[in-house]
Every structure is written in C-alpha cells, then in structure tokens.
Design a protein around this ligand. Structure first.
Ligand code: FAD
Ligand code: NAD
Length: 477
C-alpha cells in the first residue's frame, strides 16, 4: 500500500519534532507531496491545552481534547511517517536526530537515528522549577494529560483521607488545603476550576469537608495575570475574593516538602519572613523551562551562545547559526509570549514557507531546462522558448516574494471560575477588555470553535452538558 512507501530519493527529507500546537499547525497546512515527511514525538496525539485545566476536575474528559495524529496524517496527500519516540539529541553538523522509544512496550529496535535535510524543532518546553528543592518530588504540574489525571485523582484522595475516621482537625485542614503556585493563566484557570468543583459538586457529595476546603493561589509578583490589563487583573482578584479563593501575592515559594511549602513574603514592617504553608494538594504552575534536547542543540551552535530562553530564530523561524533547522512554539525565541496562538501561527507560516520553497525549486529546475533548450534552438523557436523563460522568471519572482513571519495577536482569554472569564481582545477599534458571564459564554464558544476537529468539538460539548446535568464525577480512579 502507498502508506508503506519508501522515501523518494528525489525529495528532501523533512523531519518534524513534536505533535503540539506548532508542529501540528505546520503539518495541517503542509503539502506533504513535496517532501519525505517524518514526524517524531513521544505523544501520538495533539492536545488542546486551553481546556486542560477543565480535565483536572472532570468538567471535561481528557480524551475529548486529544486528537490522534494518525487520524489527520492519514488524510494528507502523500504519506507521512510517524515514530512515537523522543528525540534525545540533534546533531546539527551530521544532520541526524537520535530517537528513543520511551514507551512501556519496546521492541528489538528502540533507539536509532533519523537523518534529515530539513528539521523543524517543535518540542515545546518543560515545567520551570527554578531548582527549588522538593518541587519535582511533591507537586503536580499541569502540562500534559497525565498531569491532569494525577491532579483529579489527588483532589479526591485528599477529600477521602480528610474524612477518614479519627482524622485530627489540623490534619483535616492540611489535607483540604489546595495550594496553587504561580499566578499566570495556568494557575488562575486551575484555581477557578477547582473552586467550581468544590462549590457545585464536592460540597454536596461530601458535606463533611465544607468548612475546611480551601484554595490558595501563591504568586511572587504583586499581581496575578500580569499579561492582562489592570482592569481585568482587578476584576479577577475581586472575583477570586468572592469565590473565597485566597490570593497570596508578593509571596515567593523557596522550598517544598511533602506536607508544606516554605514561602517568603514581607511583613508589615517590610522585613522578609519565611512562612510554612501546609497543603494536601500542590499544583506547580510557574511557567516554562528549556528541554534538554534544545539546550544541547543550542550548545552546538555558536550563534546561540547568548540565548537563554530557547532557540533564537530569525524572522523566517530559521534557527540562527543554521541553514536547515527551523524552530516553532515554546522552544523558539522570537519575542512573542509562549502561547498556543503564537505557536500555531508560526507553524502555519512554516507550512506556507515550505510549500513556496518547493514551488521555487520546481520553477528553478524548469528555468535550467528551458535555458538548455534555448541554447539548442534558433530563430522563431528560440524566441518562443525565451518568452517561456520570461514567464517562469516572473512566476519565480512572485513565489519568492514571501515576507517574514508577522504575529497577529487575536487577544487573551482566561476562565476565572464561577462561570466568569476575562478577555483582552484586539478589535478594529483598538483593545476591548471585558470580564463576566457574557465573556464566559464567549470563552466557551471561542474555545469550542478552536478545537482541533468536529469530533473534539462534539465531545467537549457533550462533556459540558453531562457535567451540568449530573455534576462532575467524584469517584477516585
Ligand atoms: P507543545 O504544544 O507543548 O508541544 C510539544 C510537543 O513536542 C509535544 O507533542 C511533546 O510530546 C513533543 N516533545 C516533547 N519532547 C520531545 C522530544 N524530545 N522529541 C520530540 N518531541 C518532543 N496558550 C494559549 O494561547 N491559550 C490558552 O488558552 C492556553 N492555555 C494553556 C493551558 C495550559 C494548562 C497550558 C499548560 C498551556 C496553555 N497555553 C495556552 C500555552 C500553550 O499550550 C503552549 O504555548 C503551546 O502548547 C506551545 O506549543 P508547542 O508546539 O511549542 O509545544
Ligand atoms: P507564566 O509564566 O505565565 O506564569 C508563572 C507565574 O509563576 C509568574 O507570574 C511568576 O511570577 C510565578 N512564579 C514563578 N516562580 C514562583 C515562585 N517560586 N513562587 C511563587 N510564584 C512564582 O506560566 P503559565 O501560567 O504556566 O503560562 C505559560 C504560558 O502559557 C504563558 O505564555 C501563558 O500566556 C500561556 N497560557 C495561556 C493561557 C490562556 O491564554 N488562557 C492559559 C495557560 C497558559
């Protein structure tokens, strides 16, 4: 069958790392007939991250926001190879990617290398821990599906253990204290979802926990959601206050143990004090850090020496210091925030660029052939080939005219709990800042329309209906 086709030796091999926002948006728009396309990712699905916080409480089931890459790759015009593996090292000089099968089931071949002519790095980022002791061991992150599942299980575990016979009052308080570190959108959205879960379901099913269940959001900076306008920050803080979510700003976590965090803040006299905050569930959402494979690639390229946050790219997303490596999304530094919006626009831009590059090559080959033909012809025939050359040159100029990447910011949206959302939206009249229930309906419809496929859209809609009719499921899996 065509799916098993061997790579075409006349085409360049384009290797794409990752199946996240950047890579998948590239693959969606790429004309795969022009290249031998190979996709490598430890995850054989795309994840719609904006709705991941809703999976931690069961408002949405995680499978509703996952789309198997095989599902959409099989609809591409030419077959695409997919290897479920992690890229452990990229050798820029040898033009090879080393890959490892990290899954539970391994065959005789589980580590090998893949050569490339062109490479797109879209591996995203890791969770930042800033080397703070105990974070990795004791907290839950919120980046991948298994993180959301772990949190969901842990919330219920804390509730059930808190109601265990003869549990001492102090221990009940600790177990029911849900601490979120990081007041960026991930932390805020999760805190909102968790409080919703408590208010609309947990409180009903387990009345014993009602007096002690508490969500606290800890943020080192003076405000939460620094990327939103002042008015929306105030609105979020006011809403959290009404929802009884405590916000601890100007509080920097310095150490994490299995039962409490140690956080530094200034007291009334301005003196720094270290406070122990006991917790049952700790969710760590303090942003992004470099993946080792990216750090290693940067170390191989002298032009990347001053870059700290990721692969420095030029305005065509080419990794500076290379000619055949591009980077998109959270692992690339192009002066934009590490968001899905940016990653998907970058991916779509690269698809257009690669489609154009292939067209350029075809036209250039055509030109060479026509020039040869022209040299062999005389008279009228020579003139007609000349006219053809002119036409191809004109088409070539048009194709080569592709401008650099320009990001178009559509706005920022975040859910803040109790059926309220905040939105900073770019409209043609300027910026529109809005918060409240109407914004929440907008948030819902915007995210629904952005879902990867119709299948995802229907599943998410059904989950919303299901959880509003029957409540969220509180069984601990
Ligand atoms: P990712 O989407 O993270 O994809 C990286 C891919 O690379 C994954 O498939 C991964 O498995 C793969 N990979 C990892 N390591 C390797 C390796 N060694 N080799 C090969 N492949 C590898 N942004 C918004 O704009 N709006 C939102 O509402 C929003 N909500 C968010 C909610 C949450 C909970 C989170 C965590 C993020 C949210 N973001 C949002 C940010 C957004 O998800 C990221 O900016 C976006 O995912 C970046 O896309 P990416 O393609 O760079 O990386
Ligand atoms: P972030 O980088 O936006 O926020 C992390 C926060 O953690 C910062 O405010 C930082 O001051 C704080 N912090 C760091 N160390 C700390 C410590 N030791 N103690 C206390 N606080 C500490 O991270 P994020 O929320 O995970 O977002 C990552 C990216 O994904 C961002 O670009 C964001 O815009 C995007 N995102 C967007 C949405 C949305 O648009 N709705 C949702 C989630 C994520």
């Amino acid at each position: 069958p065509e799916d098993q086709a061997e790579p075409d030796p006349n085409k360049k091999t384009l290797v794409v790392l990752g199946t996240g926002w950047g890579s998948v948006s590239l693959l969606k728009k790429l004309d795969t007939e022009n290249y031998n396309v190979v996709v490598i990712s430890p995850r054989n699905y795309f994840l719609f991250t904006p709705l991941l916080p809703s999976c931690t409480t069961g408002t949405i089931e995680h499978r509703s926001i996952m789309e198997p890459v095989r599902n959409f790759l099989r609809h591409k015009k030419a077959s695409v190879k997919f290897y479920e593996a992690e890229a452990t090292k990229i050798d820029a000089a040898k033009k090879v990617v080393y890959i490892n099968d990290e899954s539970e089931v391994k065959g005789d071949s589980s580590a090998t290398e893949v050569p490339f002519d062109m490479l797109v790095v879209g591996v995203g980022a890791e969770n930042a821990t800033f080397g703070i002791k105990g974070v990795t061991e004791h907290s839950c992150f919120l980046k991948e599906v298994n993180d959301a599942q772990r949190i969901r299980k842990r919330i219920m575990d804390c509730c059930e253990t808190a109601t265990f016979k003869d549990q001492p009052p102090e221990e009940i308080k600790r177990l029911l204290h849900m601490v979120v570190v990081g007041g960026g959108p991930t932390g805020v959205e999760f805190a909102g979802e968790l409080q919703d879960f408590f208010e609309s379901d947990l409180r009903k099913w387990i009345p014993d926990i009602a007096d002690n269940f508490k969500v606290t959001l800890v943020e080192a900076l003076p405000t939460v959601l620094p990327m939103f306008s002042k008015q929306l920050i105030d609105y979020t803080e006011k809403t959290f206050d009404e929802e009884k979510i405590e916000i601890r700003t100007k509080t920097m976590v310095k150490n994490v143990t299995d039962k409490y965090i140690e956080a530094e803040h200034a007291d009334a006299s301005g003196k720094k004090v270290l406070e122990q905050i006991p917790y049952g569930l700790l969710v760590w959402a303090t942003g992004n850090a470099l993946r080792p494979v990216v750090r290693d690639l940067m170390a191989q390229i002298p032009a990347q020496k001053d870059s700290r946050r990721g692969l420095a790219v030029n305005e065509y997303m080419v990794v500076k210091g290379t000619e055949n490596i591009w980077a998109v999304g959270d692992c690339a530094v192009a002066n934009y925030a590490p968001t899905a919006q940016v990653a998907s626009q970058e991916g779509a831009f690269l698809a257009r660029l690669f489609n154009q590059m292939a067209k350029t090559e075809v036209l250039e080959q055509e030109l060479v052939q026509l020039s040869e033909e022209q040299s062999k012809k005389t008279g009228e025939e020579r003139n007609s080939v000349f006219a053809e050359i002119k036409d191809v040159q004109k088409r070539l100029r048009r194709v080569k005219q592709m401008g650099p990447f320009e990001y178009s910011h559509q706005g920022s949206l975040a859910y803040i709990g109790s059926e309220k959302a905040v939105a900073d939206i770019s409209v043609w009249t300027g910026n529109l800042a809005s918060g409240g229930t109407l914004t929440y309906l907008f948030w819902r419809s915007a995210y629904l329309s952005m879902c990867f496929s119709t299948r995802n859209r229907i599943l998410v809609l059904l989950d919303w209906i299901k959880s509003s009719m029957f409540g969220r499921d509180v069984s601990r899996e």
